[in-house]
Design a protein around this ligand. Structure first.
Ligand SMILES: [Zn+2]
Length: 389
């Protein structure tokens, strides 16, 4: 994977997101990070507008609407004591293959959930973690290459199950992986085409494999030789055209987090991808499962909600709303309110505004995103039944 934690920490937006610095300084950096994501999202929006106008491909109407609205407003809950910010609303489209904002939130959420689960399993002291990458030969046809990868992974998992059966008909050293979580990724280069691959964190019984120190792409790695060579053989047999497999130990806390970031980073390398290629990838991959798990790590529930965890109810808070400006390419505070502070609340109630659908958050805030009576999308203030008018 060619990464170590110290290197990753330098300005990697996903790493910053995972570290979740919710102090004032961290909060400002976070807004900048989201503004950058929003700017990236704008490139996709611009591309879709042109594409829809040209009319030679199916128009992406819903996508255009969802992307334009996603992240236009962000609502943070600011806790006064301790002074902490939490995101409570704003990332609404959940199209992580198109939207850089939802991609970063989704990745950070997946890392948080699996890091907890892996921590828990590793605490028993019975297992150790390995990081596995399976790659497929590049090609021009993304659907064909992706299906080839996906079918090969299915075949490998099938072989593993068979090896574990009471009367196994086959053998793969992959059966030693007692639990794993994996994620598909696609990169693209104009010269070589699409390159789908898969990253996996696997658990193996402690001490089961001997490790050999190797230098791969100028990085020292501990390689479980038997697992690696066995997988190379199986993978070549299954795919018929691909043999590149990387297996290495994940030996400490930093390596563990680096491996998680590498596994769950965006399915598409957003900043390296031309918007046209990204939209093509979206169309071809949107209906596919890009995450999977097995054995001990099977069935971890991934959060639907892209917001932060809230702090206990009894703390004093205030909700702050930011709006993205396509002129300054940044977020600006436009409003703050708090149902706990009626004076402030009443002052800001917009009388007579109606709204429908898109409940903005369900955390008891008086702010909602929705449509007013003229059909304009934007921030609406919930009209509470006991409002004084
Ligand atoms: Zn989004």
């Amino acid at each position: 994977m060619g990464t170590d934690w110290e290197e990753l920490q330098k300005e990697n937006p996903l790493v910053c997101e995972v570290l979740a610095d919710d102090t004032q300084e961290g909060h400002e950096k976070r807004l900048n990070r989201y503004a950058q994501a929003k700017a990236r999202q704008q490139l996709i929006v611009d591309h879709i507008i042109v594409r829809n106008a040209e009319g030679d491909k199916p128009p992406l109407i819903r996508e255009l609407k969802a992307l334009t609205e996603c992240g236009s407003f962000l609502i943070f809950r600011y806790y006064l004591q301790p002074s902490i910010y939490r995101l409570i609303g704003g990332c609404t489209c959940k199209k992580h293959l198109l939207c850089a904002l939802c991609a970063i939130r989704r990745a950070a959420k997946c890392i948080a959930v699996y890091s907890e689960k892996l921590d828990h399993v590793l605490q028993s002291g019975e297992y150790e973690a390995v990081f596995i990458t399976l790659t497929i030969k590049n090609g021009e046809d993304l659907t064909e290459r992706f299906e080839h990868l996906q079918n090969s992974v299915k075949a490998l998992l099938h072989k593993r199950r068979n090896s574990l059966a009471k009367r196994p008909k086959t053998y793969t050293v992959f059966k030693e992986v007692v639990g794993a979580v994996y994620s598909y990724e696609v990169t693209y280069k104009a010269e070589t085409g699409f390159h789908p691959h898969l990253h996996m964190i696997g658990l193996v019984p402690k001490g089961r494999f001997q490790y050999t120190e190797k230098t791969i792409k100028k990085k020292v790695a501990q390689v479980p030789e038997e697992l690696w060579s066995g997988l190379v053989k199986d993978w070549q047999e299954i795919t018929g055209d691909s043999f590149i497999v990387d297996v290495r130990s994940v030996d400490n806390r930093d390596g563990f987090l680096a491996a998680l970031v590498e596994t769950f980073k965006y399915a598409l390398k957003l900043n390296d991808m031309d918007p046209e290629v990204q939209v093509e990838c979206y169309e071809r991959l949107k209906a596919r499962r890009l995450l999977g798990s097995l054995g001990l790590l099977f069935g971890v529930k991934l959060p639907e909600d892209l917001n932060d965890e809230l702090l206990p109810e009894d703390l004093e808070w205030i909700d702050i709303v930011y709006q993205y400006s396509g002129v300054t390419f940044g977020y600006q505070e436009i409003s703050r309110g708090n149902v706990n502070l009626p004076a402030n609340f009443n002052e800001q109630v917009v009388k007579g505004r109606l709204y429908r659908d898109i409940p903005f958050n369900d955390h008891g805030s008086d702010l909602m995103l929705g449509y007013d009576e003229k059909g304009r999308f934007g921030l609406q203030r919930k009209v509470l039944p006991d409002a004084p008018f």
